[in-house]
Ligand binder design. Structure first.
Ligand code: SF4
Ligand code: SF4
Length: 281
């Protein structure tokens, strides 16, 4: 079972939900931190890292001695990532989506692959929990390829929790695609509602069932609840504003380990997700 924890907007408590849910479920659980531009789940999980690997993506390298400047590579590239200017073929690595098209069409076999570093992936454990995160290289603009690499570590056996990046663009889609359930974390404010609506639209396009967690639920207004009712999206948990939760977060602590009753509430949240998936299945 793959559960993706997402939020249209940053700062809603997505990582709090992902980490506390993951440690509450028990054994045979993975937590994948796919917020590769700013991974922070490890600060709460404190895993013992066992493995680090550098992730690269193939980009073209042109052998000018073989190139006849025919332009076929530039013609096929949908991203303008390789162009012919005067007597030179110029690849733009940062624009390349690693589709391999230019290498396939080159009649002179003048294009070879080389690796462009995307970032690193770290794998570790905390008791029964397997933890994997990706960290995008500073200056790297494309995070989806690294997110897809992190997701390759999903073992498809137990429960995989994905901490998705905030927003509704390509990195989030890469973190939600193929999930069995998307848990959207929001807050009852106009900004929260605005970004929640965008996130729900994205989830609908992907055809994945979803539910809501409302954080700081006793602040703001009722518009998020009204919207959830209109869209028939179940509200699966409400987390009221509590200074102790904010303090635990600032210390890098899990609320299920420091505040009584929360582990049971997160287990209940997991049971509700299981039930929702079961009902739909
Ligand atoms: S691999 Fe694909 S995206 Fe990259 S330069 Fe070649 S054709 Fe363009
Ligand atoms: S397709 Fe090959 S031969 Fe033609 S311009 Fe590109 S690199 Fe040169």
């Amino acid at each position: 079972m793959i559960i993706s924890i997402a939020s249209g907007k940053g700062g809603t408590g997505k990582t709090t939900v992902a980490t506390n849910l993951a440690v509450s479920i028990g054994s045979n659980v993975q937590l994948l931190d796919c917020d590769v531009e700013e991974p922070n789940s490890h600060l709460f999980i404190n895993p013992v890292f066992e493995h680090t690997e550098t992730i690269t993506t193939p980009v073209p390298e042109v052998d000018e001695s073989k190139c006849t400047l025919c332009g076929k590579c530039a013609e096929i590239c949908q991203f303008k990532a390789i162009i012919v200017i005067g007597n030179t073929v110029l690849p733009f690595e940062e624009l390349c989506h690693s589709c391999g098209g230019c290498m396939k069409v080159c009649p002179e076999d003048a294009i070879k692959e080389k690796g462009r570093v995307l970032g690193i992936i770290q794998k570790g454990r905390r008791n029964g929990l397997e933890f994997i995160n990706g960290t995008l290289r500073v200056g790297e603009a494309m995070s989806p390829p690294l997110i897809r690499k992190v997701r390759e570590f999903s073992n498809q056996v137990g429960v995989t929790i994905i901490d998705a990046p905030p927003g509704t663009s390509c990195p989030v889609i890469a973190s939600m695609k193929g999930a069995d359930f998307v848990l959207l974390v929001t807050e009852p404010t106009p900004f929260g509602l605005h970004d929640l609506k965008l996130a729900v639209e994205a989830v609908k396009i992907l055809g994945i069932p979803c539910g809501l967690v409302i954080n700081r639920s006793d602040m703001g207004d009722d518009k998020v609840r009204t919207y959830a009712g209109q869209e028939s999206i179940p509200i699966m948990m409400e987390i009221p504003f509590d200074r102790r939760i904010a303090e635990a977060y600032s210390r890098g602590e899990l609320i299920v380990e420091h505040m009584p009753g929360w582990r049971e509430r997160f287990i209940e949240l997991y049971r509700s997700i299981e039930k929702a998936i079961g009902t739909l299945g």
